[in-house]
Design a protein around this ligand. Structure first.
Ligand SMILES: N[C@@H](CCC(=O)N[C@@H](CS)C(=O)NCC(=O)O)C(=O)O
Length: 265
């Protein structure tokens, strides 16, 4: 039987996974992380989530009585953690601040697919680098299969995420609106989006924008291959614009403790 405790199933590159990894670490809730390899995640995610979805993150709690609980979807995980292991300091308990926090969380969750679509439109021109990222945690046999099946996996991925130039253009507009909103919110000089300390509003905005801001603490988004080749580069997404500089500042202040990603056994 598995040891009791929390296990977080993620992708190394996933910004939604990063959000929950950050929430768990900032809340000092011990957990072990299992990074899955794209394509090989589908069956476990379907089985664990039990709601017809293949998305990660999924959080598993192994209880002492042998029972396992699985929670899929980053917002559901967050609320479940607050209820079962909270109250979380990251989620204000007063109704007004809490609602504000969750509405900002929702705002940035909603651009997660846009960020991924926009990123992959260009990144898929560098198949060797995507393959290297997708298989970094794979076992040798998984790596061989992903390499062999890559054209098919890439096709399915593009279809499911609707990666087309027209859709990516619309995604870029939605990302720009979110950045403009964030810059408006920060324009009075505040550091935190809600109240006077770090909350899930900050963590969600920073995690979901991290693929564009490339904070040096993130083991994927900070690598030279990612920053120089895969990161979307348009003038409007200038790395130095205030919203993206804020993401890096938040990482500098609160994210010095990212564990090194490990290879799968
Ligand atoms: N609403 C979900 C979205 C999660 C999501 O889209 N995850 C992506 C990775 S960033 C994923 O698992 N994609 C693979 C799939 O859908 O099979 C959440 O908040 O957890």
């Amino acid at each position: 039987m598995e040891p009791a405790g929390l296990t977080l199933f993620t992708f190394a590159m996933s910004h939604y996974s990063e959000k929950i990894r950050w929430v768990l670490q900032a809340s000092r809730l011990p957990f072990r992380e299992v990074m899955l390899t794209p394509a090989f995640h589908m069956l476990p995610a379907l089985r664990m989530g039990g709601q017809g979805q293949t998305t990660l993150p999924v959080l598993r709690e192994q209880r002492l009585n042998g029972r396992q609980v699985h929670v899929q979807d980053s917002t559901r995980i967050l609320l479940w953690l607050d209820e079962r292991h909270g109250p979380l300091d990251l989620l204000p308990q007063g109704p007004d601040l809490r609602d504000e926090c969750l509405s900002i969380e929702d705002r940035f969750d909603n651009i997660g697919r846009d960020v991924a679509r926009f990123l992959y439109l260009d990144a898929f021109r560098h198949d060797d680098k995507i393959l290297a990222l997708w298989t970094a945690q794979a076992s040798p046999w998984q790596r061989r299969l992903v390499r062999m099946g890559y054209p098919l996996i890439k096709g399915v991925f593009k279809f499911r995420l609707n990666i087309t130039p027209a859709a990516a253009k619309r995604s870029e507009q939605r990302i720009l609106q979110a950045l403009a909103w964030l810059e408006g919110r920060l324009s009075d000089g505040r550091l935190y989006l809600v109240g006077s300390r770090l909350s899930v509003a900050d963590i969600t905005a920073a995690s979901l924008l991290a693929p564009l801001a490339c904070p040096s603490q993130h083991p994927v988004y900070s690598t030279p291959d990612y920053v120089q080749t895969l990161r979307p580069r348009t003038i409007s997404l200038d790395m130095n614009r205030p919203a993206l500089a804020w993401v890096r500042k938040l990482y500098d202040l609160h994210r010095g403790d990212l564990p090194q990603f490990r290879q799968a056994a």
